[in-house]
Design a protein. Structure first.
Length: 592
């Protein structure tokens, strides 16, 4: 077995992450690779709109003109290679811009570009084939903004094999920028599923920037120095095991708890976490603290992947508008709700009088009144923010909403003050349409310099859903007797995120001895009841014995999710906080 250790620094979790991470990793991280993840579904639609206006746009410009422009000489001097999905919907333009910057700096640079994910030209074909949305069964949209397949790690590895100093991709799975490095360095083969699963887990743990290093951690008060939080570094071995760490002296915290929270972020069934290269099983993953801010990770298992790519299609579906108004004083929440209801009543009457289309959806939320908590809210604030949001097929309807919202400032509740952000502007509603396509139908090309070559990837799949059986569940535990109640946060920590229109909530026992309590109490039915105000159509629970944890998947709770949602928490970022407020019965003799 090779004794080589590969160190990979992750400098970005999304387009807009701090520009301070990459310089810190390059200067003090002792890394061989620097990876960036920029792309979310809505980002793809924004980039597609930019490209439609300018054929040289459509990529993450910050990557080229801020980060790489500042770091290229040092990256080259230290031999650090870079992998980034900064290409968005225009990887060639991204490459050309980077090549120009390198030339201006006098830095010789070999750039590899992975092409093939952009399927926008095939929209009519997909429509004619009757392709439907993989979750809702909806028909293929008539007009699309972007259509991109989530490619895997192998093309990235091949670009590095070809000697690329920088690899630029379009859409790929977030973890692929890390897994591609490991496949290149260790020569892992497509059939080495356990190693590929471990490499995928490494990529998943660092794909969201500082989230594995104390960012968003439940016990936030224990995390030092948010202003200089250290971004994650993977130290990987050829057997697939790895350590998550950070730069010594940087802020943040790396513990089994911080890393376990990130593992559960935005996953569904932990036994079938699908990426193009492998189907991962995370149920028996183990975390071990092996030093200060050093956590060793083992135990991921892999199965053959599927024979399909997931494709993300975005399309415009009318307009939306949101407006915010601050209201203070006694009964602030009640005043805010009455204001919102009166405004909607007036607006809808005026729409009818003017012959304009009605709102297709509307929503009132009172920020500060704990609307996210539903029946469990404990509102006490004397200052709140009224949020009103609408969707409509008509831009004129959205503009009437913007004009009439401001009138509340002089004609309704006392204590009403300025519009937050000024008069709102209508924006397009961007919806996500996901479907599967056979890998054999998606040719991939690697372009390094002037040479373009096809990339051969396995297309035959092999994953069999029947082999994983029913969801894994802990053994039944006795009913609790003689108890008081404590908030779930005393017993567990966790994290939540979105999966389209679904929310996932990962819950991790703080001590192994708490697990029987959680197992007995946290049923899918109780979780559904706790979120009754969001009306989940179904709640699933999956257990992960390796980390004394469980993952809940709440279906149809985000109002469409992402940019299609009118909700304040359209990405389920707060769902875990809401669940951790649940009162849980505990025996009187339990040690807390």
């Amino acid at each position: 077995m090779s004794s080589k250790t590969v160190r990979i620094g992750s400098a970005s979790g999304f387009w807009g992450d701090t520009a301070s991470a990459a310089p810190a990793l390059v200067k003090g991280g002792d890394i061989g690779y620097l990876v960036f993840d920029y792309l979310a579904e809505v980002t793809m639609s924004i980039l597609a709109a930019q490209k439609a206006k300018d054929p040289n746009a459509g990529y993450a410009t910050d990557f080229v003109h801020i980060t790489m422009k500042a770091l290229l000489p040092e990256l080259k001097a230290k031999g650090i290679k870079v992998v980034a999905n900064a290409g968005g919907v225009n990887p060639i333009a991204c490459r050309d811009a980077l090549a120009k910057v390198a030339e201006e700096l006098g830095v010789p640079l070999k750039i590899g570009v992975v092409l093939g994910d952009d399927l926008s030209a095939r929209a009519a074909e997909f429509r004619e084939r009757g392709i439907t949305e993989m979750f809702s069964g909806a028909a293929f949209p008539q007009r699309t903004a972007s259509i991109n397949a989530y490619l895997g790690a192998l093309p990235i590895a091949r670009a590095l094999d070809a000697g690329a100093d920088v690899v630029i991709t379009g859409r790929c799975v977030d973890s692929a920028v890390t897994l591609g490095v490991l496949v290149h360095e260790f020569g892992w083969l497509p059939g080495e599923h356990d190693k590929l699963a471990q490499g995928t887990l490494a990529g998943h743990l660092v794909e969201c920037g500082a989230q594995s290093n104390g960012g968003l951690f439940t016990d936030w008060e224990s995390v030092p120095d948010w202003d200089i939080i250290g971004f994650p570094i993977v130290e990987a071995e050829s057997d697939g095991s790895f350590v998550i760490t950070k730069i010594a002296g940087s802020g943040g915290l790396v513990t089994p708890a911080t890393v376990a929270e990130q593992m559960l972020y935005e996953i569904g069934d932990p036994r079938a976490y699908h990426v193009p290269d492998v189907a991962c099983d995370f149920t028996d993953v183990r975390y071990e603290q092996v030093g200060k801010d050093r956590v060793r990770v083992t135990g991921a298992r892999g199965r053959p992947p599927t024979d399909t790519y997931k494709v993300s299609c975005t399309f415009m579906d009318g307009f939306r508008n949101m407006a915010f108004l601050t209201i203070a004083g006694e009964q602030a929440a009640a005043k805010a709700r009455r204001t919102g209801e009166a405004l909607f009543k007036r607006m809808e009457r005026m729409l009818g009088e003017q012959g304009l289309p009605p709102f297709s959806e509307k929503r009132i939320e009172v920020i500060g009144a704990e609307d996210m908590y539903g029946a469990h809210a404990r509102p006490t604030s004397r200052e709140v923010v009224l949020k009103m949001a609408i969707k409509t097929p008509s831009k004129a309807t959205a503009e009437l909403f913007a004009r009439e919202f401001a009138a509340a400032g002089t004609s309704m509740s006392p204590g009403t003050t300025g519009l937050v952000g000024g008069r709102p502007t209508p924006t397009p509603v961007i919806r996500l349409f996901s479907f599967l396509i056979p890998k054999a139908e998606v040719p991939i090309t690697l372009q390094v310099g002037a040479e373009a070559t096809p990339v051969a990837v396995p297309v035959d799949g092999g994953f069999d859903e029947a082999t994983i059986g029913p969801a894994r569940r802990y053994a039944e535990t006795p009913a609790i007797e003689g108890f008081s109640t404590v908030p779930l946060m005393r017993l567990a920590h966790g994290r939540s995120g979105d999966k389209g229109d679904k929310a996932n909530i990962g819950v991790i026992a703080r001590k192994p001895e708490y697990l029987p309590l959680l197992n007995q109490w946290l049923t899918p039915e109780r979780v559904a009841a706790h979120f009754a105000h969001n009306k989940p159509s179904r709640v699933e629970r999956f257990d992960l014995p390796g980390t004394h944890s469980m993952n809940f998947l709440l279906h149809d709770v985000l109002g469409g999710g992402g940019m299609a949602s009118l909700r304040t928490d359209n990405l389920a970022k707060c769902y875990c906080q809401v669940l951790l407020a649940m009162e849980v019965p505990v025996p009187d003799d339990i040690s807390l």
